[in-house]
Design a protein around this ligand. Structure first.
Ligand code: ADP
Ligand code: MG
Length: 725
């Protein structure tokens, strides 16, 4: 057996389940100990400085530079007590990961070492960071990048470094990150939702977005991972025959958690609790070696920042367990991929969930207003919502018969859907009549829809009783991309809702009646996205096409939604992104797609030419030598004696030729595509020409895997990668 595969199998089978990050006492005794939250701040700074931070944290007020020095000094003292020696602004560039550049607290004045952390270092840094994708926003000579503290997200200590959650913007103020538009979208939806909520309750002053992110992931032993160049370089296997047994028996799903995995989970949970992340669930997922964890929901910025942090923590902790966490959406062909289900709802400053139906008809009316606005937003900007989750890695998962399909429909559940149907079905001859009829339907709504919403796992966007679950978000993505789009499209629908209700009232309609008519109009407008059936079925794909809903079959096409006039108008009106920022994002999406696919195509070429074909040739030679020997011994009799060898030899030789021809074609196609200078066109070429060729190469390679002597096969196989004990 190839040395690296053999060694990896040996190493991986010798591992033990062990805890490395144990904590004493119950979780409540150490929860949040590494986060500098408001109660801790109180102890480390003067009342005036504390008041300034509190206003910044709670009301998003601008932090005055005059108190920044004192705040920074308080933070430094606390961080040093926690063992921190360095600080960094932690930001979220357009790469789906986080970025950090550490600077030491220690400063040298007149050769004397002193620890310092000034207000300006806290508030703003200029990390240069010119190599991050910027879509052309930083092409001028003075286009520096700045990171700036987002005080709504608390600072924390990780691995001896004080981390300051930050936005990342260009010199011109344009956003170069995922956090900036997310913060702006939260403001936009708060304003719009407050205006609608105050139709029902004058005491609503602001509305926040609640997010609960379920994180799916795979685990692979570190040694086996290292023996697979594709996992190392692409985060997924680009070749590999399926194992005889994988998820058919559903014996992994919700099963007993393997010992090693359980130790790893407990360790990363402990670290996450120290960082104030409210983890709550853990379980085995459908595919072998696939798992999930989820925290209790929190505000949009906190939930997203903490999810990014959780991914870092999981990676760090996994190293101690000799495990690799794989966040790629589709690391293994033939078994389920991973998502990051995004649970989304709206909550008033008084703590009311606006997507909770409540008990009384008037509350139901408020619920239906918000519900109708979400549907309207999804319908009006259906393709944009899809493009918010469009990426190369997610495209391997979306549309398969396992994950949310590529069409963005909304599932309401039979009870609620029945109510919606009734409202929509009413004749609109007399407004007064319609109003009365609707109110009787609304009044008859069951008290708690939560218990009446059936689960439909095939819907990408499902109402689950008191929130929506956006299931198409990919496991490796920064959820901010999906969330700021969702916030923005719903913000616009809410603005329109209030606008229409106001207009009807100005025309003399009673408030309730105006609201009812607006709900009905919005529901009718959103009819095309309502779908209660099986989202995986062929009939639905056909039906969706008839309704004019686009499918995400081709993600490069979906990118275009970011530069459509509709989108530009939407984002500029809501103040979330400008035309040039959208253009930049469109450019980055295309660029990233091409680069990632280029890497995959190179890796698959390398694996075939330098690993698989040589192994197949060795086997070919063995068979040839055996036939030679048989010929010498048995002469004319040997062909009938060696039927199996001859047939295998033929198949192997044919397999090697096919694979080598197809790799050559792939290389030629890549060269041709690389000559295309327009990136979006190159992305389409990669999508339509390179990907099918990669599929063919994979088919040939997997075919050889089934022919070549197992002893000679150079790479760990699926059955070896996928079953941790
Ligand atoms: P399931 O897999 O059954 O959907 P999980 O328990 O894995 O459920 O995850 C549900 C997620 O939804 C959790 O993060 C939970 O806190 C979150 N959630 C619950 N209520 C809300 C809400 N009102 N708004 C946003 N997220 C919510
Ligand atoms: Mg779940």
């Amino acid at each position: 057996m190839s040395f690296s595969r053999q060694q990896a199998l040996k190493d991986s089978s010798a591992r033990e389940a062990r805890r490395y990050f144990d904590a004493e006492g119950p979780v409540s005794s150490y929860f949040g100990e590494n986060v500098f939250d408001l109660p801790k701040m109180k102890q480390y700074m003067s009342e005036a400085a504390y008041a300034a931070v509190e206003a910044a944290v709670k009301e998003g007020r601008h932090l005055d530079r005059s108190v920044a020095d004192e705040i920074a000094d308080g933070i430094r003292k606390w961080a040093m007590e926690k063992g921190a020696t360095h600080y960094t602004h932690l930001f979220q560039p357009l790469t789906d990961s986080t970025a950090e550049k550490h600077e030491a607290f220690v400063d040298f004045r007149d050769n004397v070492a002193v620890e310092r952390f000034g207000g300006s270092a806290l508030v703003q840094q200029e990390p240069d960071a010119s190599s991050f994708p910027n879509g052309g926003l930083r092409n001028t000579f003075e286009a520096r990048g700045y990171s700036a503290w987002d005080p709504t997200s608390p600072v924390f200590v990780l691995d001896g470094t004080l981390c300051v959650p930050s936005v990342f913007v260009a010199y011109t103020g344009e956003a170069l990150d995922m956090k900036t538009p997310n913060l702006k979208s939260v403001q936009a939806i708060s304003d719009a939702a407050t205006a609608v909520a105050s139709l029902f309750d004058e005491n609503v002053h602001s509305v926040s977005v609640s997010i609960g992110l379920e994180q799916e992931y795979f685990l692979v032993d570190e040694a086996l991972w290292a023996a697979r160049p594709d996992l190392v370089q692409c985060g997924r296997t680009v070749i590999g025959h399926t194992a005889a047994k994988d998820q058919q028996l559903s014996d992994h799903y919700f099963g007993a958690i393997p010992q090693r995995v359980s130790a790893f989970m407990k360790d990363f949970e402990t670290e996450a609790y120290r960082l104030g992340i409210r983890l709550h669930t853990r379980h085995n997922e459908v595919a072998p070696n696939q798992f999930e964890c989820a925290p209790i929901f929190s505000s949009a910025t906190t939930a997203i920042d903490q999810n990014m942090l959780l991914m870092i923590v999981m990676q760090k902790v996994s190293a101690r367990h000799h495990l690799k966490v794989i966040f790629h959406e589709k690391p293994f062909q033939g078994v389920n991929g991973s998502g990051k289900h995004c649970n989304w709802s709206l909550c008033t400053d008084g703590g009311t969930n606006l997507l909770s139906p409540g008990k009384t008809p008037s509350r139901n009316l408020r619920f239906l207003s918000f519900f109708a606005c979400v549907l309207k937003g999804v319908s009006d900007h259906n393709f944009l919502l899809m493009s918010s989750v469009a990426s190369l890695s997610n495209s391997y998962r979306l549309g398969g018969s396992e994950a949310p399909p590529a069409v963005m429909s909304v599932f309401s559940g039979s009870t609620l859907h029945g109510i919606i149907e009734d409202i929509m079905a009413m004749e609109d001859f007399s407004r007064q009549e319609t109003h009365r009829e609707t109110l009787s339907i609304v009044g008859a709504m069951p008290e708690i829809i939560l218990d009446n919403t059936d689960r439909n796992r095939t819907s990408p966007f499902a109402f689950t009783g008191n929130r929506f679950e956006f299931r198409a978000v990919g496991s490796s993505q920064n959820a901010a991309g999906a969330v700021y789009v969702l916030n923005t499209i719903v913000a616009e629908a809410l603005r329109e809702f209030r606008g229409m209700a106001d207009r009807l009232m100005a025309e003399g309609e009673e408030k309730e009646s105006a609201i009812v008519h607006t709900i009905r109009k919005f529901l009718l407008d959103a009819r095309n996205v309502m779908f209660e059936g099986n989202g995986y079925s062929k009939e639905w794909q056909e039906e969706a096409a008839r309704r004019g809903l686009k499918s995400i079959g081709d993600v490069t096409e979906a990118f275009a939604a970011f530069r459509s006039e509709d989108t530009v108008e939407l984002f500029e009106k809501t103040g979330v992104l400008t035309r040039s920022e959208l253009e930049a994002r469109y450019a980055v999406m295309n660029e990233t797609y091409v680069k990632k696919l280029q890497i995959e195509a190179r890796v698959i070429g390398d694996l075939c030419l330098n690993h698989i074909i040589p192994a197949a040739i060795k086997y070919q030679q063995l068979l040839g030598a055996s036939l030679d020997g048989m010929w010498k011994l048995f002469g004319d009799e040997s062909p009938s004696l060696c039927r199996a060898e001859i047939s295998t030899l033929r198949k192997i030789s044919q397999g090697i030729n096919d694979l080598s021809d197809h790799v050559a074609e792939l290389v030629a196609a890549r060269r041709k595509a690389n000559r295309e200078t327009d990136t979006p066109t190159r992305a389409r070429l990669y999508c339509h020409e390179i990907r099918p060729l990669m599929d063919r190469v994979r088919f040939d390679a997997d075919n050889l895997e089934m022919l070549v002597d197992d002893e000679l096969w150079p790479l760990p196989k699926y059955r070896e990668l996928l079953f941790l004990q």
